[in-house]
Design a protein around this ligand. Sequence first.
Ligand code: PLP
Length: 448
Amino acid sequence: MNDDNSRDLYDRALSVMPGGVNSAVRAAIEPYPFFVQKGDGGHVIDADGNRYVDWVMGLGPLLLGHDLPEEVRAGIQRNASEGPMYGAPTEIEVDLAEFVVRHVPSVEKIRFVNSGTEATTSAVRLARGHTGRNKIVVMQGGYHGAQESTLVEGDADERGPSSAGIPVSFSDHTIPVPFNDEDAVREVFEEHGDDIAAVLTEPILGNNGIVHPVPGYHEFLREITDEYGSLLIFDEVITGFRVGGLGCAQSELDVTPDLTTFGKIIGGGFPVGAIGGKAEIMEGLTPAGDVFQAGTFSGHPVTMAAGLETLKFAAENDVYEHVDGLGDRLRSGLSDIVADQAPSYTVAGTASMFKVIFTRENPGTGALEGESEFGCVQDPDSPRYEYAPKNAADVSAAETDRWRRVFWGQMKERGIFLSQNQFECQFVSYAHTEADVEETLEAYKEAL
Ligand SMILES: *Cc1c(COP(=O)(O)O)cnc(C)c1O
């Protein structure tokens, strides 16, 4: 596979951009990433003309794939050509807000921003303003964007910023706990309960190999936050409008958060974020309330049009049926391959999310009898239950180097573009086909 053009582009990029990229994970590929020339349905074509089945899909935003349906394209073009933005409100913002409020039960009001990072930053500020408390509880291995209050590592007893450049005082106020561990959360509330503004969590860890909640975990978070007068914030930047269809993961889990952060799909492929929730809490944002929030590009008409037309298209077509169906086919095919060739590995995911986690522990029985159909959910009745990763430490203990340094390149050689490391999720889009799935399963069979 020739990659001369990508190599030359990366060489140029290294001279003018830190690490040669504009977002760190893109450089996880060694020795250099391929540069994309264009998308085509469920595929991308790189700068040297190589074609790949694309399971990265922008790392989440592209529910419909690369060729946008006519309605979506028309909405984008109309709003781009009439003048890109105004610094004054437009109708399309109201249209998208109404759509979200209609479909996501916990969202009575919504504020649009420009990235998931901005959404979680504002949600944390709003939770602090609303409760008059400073501390937030987050999950180890959860990701809430590149922001000071959530870039934290360690545990409740010993923690610090996970990046240079962040004052330790931020991590004093942010307490990381292991996902799926009720006792750890209970202990933190017993010690700090009256100071905790919110628990902030992804419903499913989507930036950490995909870790599913064990039954009852989110119900427990709902109860303990209510008990202590703290807010429960779901970060649905990945799962929003992907898991649970238009009702999002919270509708599938049947747990109602106080606030929800959105991003990715809600902007139809353009820069976006949003915070939604109970009217009484949302009214805390300026100018209704006193928690400052603002943005020059917030509610950008082109983004709003892309988001609205994408979600309307999903509401009126068999989008979720298609992507979830192919997701099931991928996960069951992968479960068969893994059972045969790498029985210690774990197939994770739900709806249109999937990942093979290179877990090391080997139940030693090959294909497990009674294994839940796709070998991927936290089903206490499955014999694989105790081996399914429950938290970030379990995923970090996997063969992460083999995944990134050996396996990723083997898949690329076979024309399959997977996300850049063991931790980032992969996504099915409406443009993917059964043939893409079969080709991908063949490649896994050879590369695993
Ligand atoms: C991607 C992501 C973010 C950050 O969104 P950006 O648009 O990259 O700032 C926040 N939370 C979750 C769960 C994400 O997956």
